[in-house]
Design a protein around this ligand. Structure first.
Ligand SMILES: Nc1ncnc2c1ncn2[C@@H]1O[C@H](COP(=O)(O)OP(=O)(O)OP(=O)(O)O)[C@@H](O)[C@H]1O
Length: 357
């Protein structure tokens, strides 16, 4: 996707990338009282860094919508502390909350466009509410419409647009107030897979150009895989897993990491080759080095590739091998145990993640 040539909006001038911007500290949220009470968030602690694209994933009812709506104060919290860009959301007054909301754009699954307004009029709407002068409104609207690649559709009505184009209008409208934070509530759930990818690329482009921090909720792993720098798995209102996507993929104990990049060796293979198998995961182009022949020479073993898988996750290629290591005839002492642990250490020294399985 090419997103036009505009360098719109306020680049993030208030801090360095990665520093905490949104901090949930044991946040709870309950709806109703007594036996009817539902606890949607149950002690959520979570940090979103400036410039991150943080995906919150979970099943229906896990608390995702509730969580994202607490960030702009659409839903108040019941307990804990939530700090957004240095301000305690529960403690600020209504005027300050209104100002804060200008700093937080939001996009929706069903776009929420005004059917009787053109693309340009939809995008202009938030600025009209803020009573900006017409000339500034026109200039800003043109800039964001260009950014989302819809300059040739500015005079069209929503009914004349595809789903992907409608979401681009939603994104332009969310960005026209030059927010620091963009919240995405299942923004690609109503789109086909190709359009989903285009919208996710647009969000990444916006993050790169404007420094906007993005929190998106989704129930689709592919969205996390293609767009997110960080991810959190919510289960029954609690954080079941959270971290940088790259770290999650390399963390063998991570539920999300295993879902994003499955370990993929059936129990049969695992059982049959017990004591001989290494699982090796490479990030980036490390897998291009001639490690297998080097291992064979250095350790006097034979190396058989039992399985291999690779995938592009968070913009990086990962590849994972299951290797069977057996004594080479005339090489390693055939009665000694196969040196899995030293081979794993040797690979780790070279930047791979390697572990006997
Ligand atoms: N306004 C409300 N009043 C009462 N209960 C609510 C309200 N909003 C959410 N809940 C309840 O809180 C829990 C979490 O809901 P939430 O919408 O945050 O989940 P979700 O993960 O976004 O689900 P989905 O993917 O289906 O949208 C659910 O049990 C839901 O019924």
């Amino acid at each position: 996707m090419t997103a036009g040539t505009a360098s719109t909006g306020r680049a993030d001038d208030a801090g360095a990338a990665g520093e905490p911007l949104i901090e949930f500290d044991r946040v709870t949220k309950s709806f109703g009282t007594g036996p009817e009470q539902v606890t949607a968030l149950n002690g959520v602690s979570l940090t979103v860094g400036r410039g991150d694209i943080h995906a919150v994933i979970g099943r229906s009812g896990a608390g995702k919508s509730t969580l994202i709506r607490t960030i702009n104060g659409l839903t108040g919290i019941s307990g804990g502390r939530l700090v957004v860009d240095g301000e305690d959301i529960a403690a600020i007054g209504p005027g300050a909350l209104r100002r804060k909301r200008r700093d937080i754009g939001m996009i929706f699954q069903h776009f929420n466009l005004y059917e009787r307004r053109t693309v340009a009029q939809n995008v202009a709407f938030p600025l009209e509410i803020h009573r900006l002068p017409q000339a500034r409104i026109r200039e800003r609207v043109a800039r964001v419409i260009d950014l989302v690649g819809l300059s040739d559709r500015a005079g069209h009505y929503p009914a004349q647009l595809s789903g992907g184009q409608k979401q681009r209008v939603g994104i332009a409208r969310a960005l026209v107030t030059e927010p620091r934070i963009l919240l995405s509530d299942e923004a690609t759930s109503a789109l086909d897979s190709e359009t989903t990818l285009q919208i996710l690329h647009l969000l990444q482009d916006i993050r790169d150009r404007l420094g906007v921090t993005i929190v998106l909720i989704t129930h689709e792993l592919d969205v996390v895989k293609h767009a997110a720098t960080h991810a959190t798995l919510l289960e029954h209102g609690t954080v079941a897993d959270s971290g940088r996507v790259r770290d999650l993929v390399l963390d063998r104990s991570s539920t999300l990491g295993a879902a994003l990049f499955p370990h993929r060796l059936d129990q049969h293979g695992r059982h049959e080759h017990a004591g001989e198998l290494l699982m090796v995961t490479f990030e980036g182009n490390l897998a291009a080095a001639p490690y297998w022949s080097q291992i064979a020479r250095v350790f006097g073993v034979d190396v058989t590739i039992v399985s291999v898988s690779s995938d592009r996750i968070a913009g990086t290629w990962f590849s994972r091998f299951h290797l069977r290591i057996t004594p080479a005839p005339g090489g390693h002492d055939e009665d000694a145990p196969v040196p899995l642990t030293p081979i794993a250490a040797w690979l780790r020294e070279r930047g791979a993640d390697a572990v006997p399985v």
